[in-house]
Design a protein around this ligand. Structure first.
Ligand code: AHM
Ligand code: MG
Length: 336
């Protein structure tokens, strides 16, 4: 049987389910080509001069790597001319990027973390791109970058598509248009993504957890209790032994959970409490929560379903607990 390319998948989804407009199809294909370009740049590593610091900081005050800046530019350049977008927003930009007047404007908003897992770039560990697609509200003021921020402030339930690319031993693109989760693998010889797994499902139970244990002393009581119980293994309240994995790139940790289950936590802690958490809602937590739920898992802050949060600012941060449904329910239960 002929390979199912990403383009073919999108056409067939539209034919069978009617969920993908021509502009949304174009948008997803443009994002996939940008991810392919980022993957190629990353693959050159030290030979391509792409490693190391950019010498600048983003709006969150984090030092930018050369690849953070390059990936952001690749996504902006790829997406601004096509007429499918009203505006874009990124972890690496203080304000949204409005579409220049010389190009037509479309009805979608695109948000992205262009290069997730920045601390893993220079050490050759998996990193990725995360993206989220929203509809631009009718009559939204897009006259200036400042004014356009309001158009983006929609809950995660409003996402029409979300996905991530992992730049690992292979480059994969994991996508949902609200009809389950599909995984595509980059064919490096032919160029382009080919469908390699349909209807990804996360097992409801797991014996694998992901958390940065270095923050243990800063966690709240419910997470302290849960992690302590997992560490007690067979002898404790949970009655089974657990294993731990922490890549430090959310894309890689989430992809493992998509593949074989698990629970990922970047909970509220004393270090990040003032900021609301570590991970960003609009272009990290929301797209991942959408994908996780579409695959049968759950995503919560501990106190609220992530997708229900009404955002109040573009770079808002939230606690994140996501993955296998029964384990997430247990931690949420511990929050009372
Ligand atoms: P980034 O978008 O600047 O790379 O930051 C987000 C990353 C996540 O990918 C990852 O889960 C987390 O930060 C790791 O944080 P820590 O270094 O505290 O373990
Ligand atoms: Mg990130």
């Amino acid at each position: 049987m002929a390979q199912r390319t990403l383009a073919r998948y999108l056409i067939e989804e539209q034919r069978n389910k009617g969920v993908i407009t021509a502009d949304l199809k174009f948008l997803i294909e443009v994002v996939s080509r940008a991810c392919q370009a980022i993957s190629i740049a990353i693959g050159k590593g030290g030979l391509g001069g792409v490693l190391g610091e950019a010498g600048s900081a983003n709006v969150q005050g984090e030092a930018q790597k050369k690849l953070d800046v390059l990936s952001n530019e690749i996504l902006l350049d790829a997406n601004e001319w096509g007429g499918h977008l009203a505006a874009m927003a990124s972890e690496e930009m203080d304000l949204p990027h409005t579409i220049p007047h010389r190009y037509p404007q479309g009805e979608y908003l695109l948000l992205f973390d262009p290069l997730d897992g920045s601390s893993n770039i220079d050490v050759d560990v998996s990193i990725g791109t995360i993206f989220s697609v929203l509809k631009c509200p009718e009559g939204a003021d897009l006259s200036t970058p400042e004014a356009s921020e309001a158009a983006f402030l929609q809950p995660g339930t409003a996402q029409v598509a979300a996905g991530y690319a992992v730049y690992g031993p292979t480059t994969v693109l994991v996508l949902s248009v609200g009809d389950g989760v599909t995984c595509f693998t980059l064919d490096r010889e032919q160029g382009g993504f080919v469908l390699t797994q349909e209807a990804m499902r996360i097992p409801a139970d797991t014996a694998e957890f992901a958390i940065n244990m270095a923050n243990q002393r800063h966690w709240e009581a419910p997470v302290q209790r849960y992690v302590a119980e997992m560490q007690q293994g067979k002898d404790g309240a949970l009655g089974k032994d657990y294993n731990m994995r922490w890549v430090g790139s959310m894309v890689a940790d989430v992809h493992r959970i998509m593949t074989r289950g698990g629970i990922f936590m970047y909970p509220l802690d004393a270090k990040t409490r003032d900021k609301g958490g570590k991970l960003r809602l609009m272009y990290e937590a929301n797209p991942m929560a959408f994908l996780i739920e579409q695959a049968g898992g759950a995503a919560s802050t501990g106190r609220q379903r992530i997708l229900d949060i009404e955002p109040d600012r573009l770079h808002q941060r939230v606690p994140v607990i996501l993955g296998s449904k029964n384990e997430v329910a247990r931690v949420v239960g511990y929050h009372g």
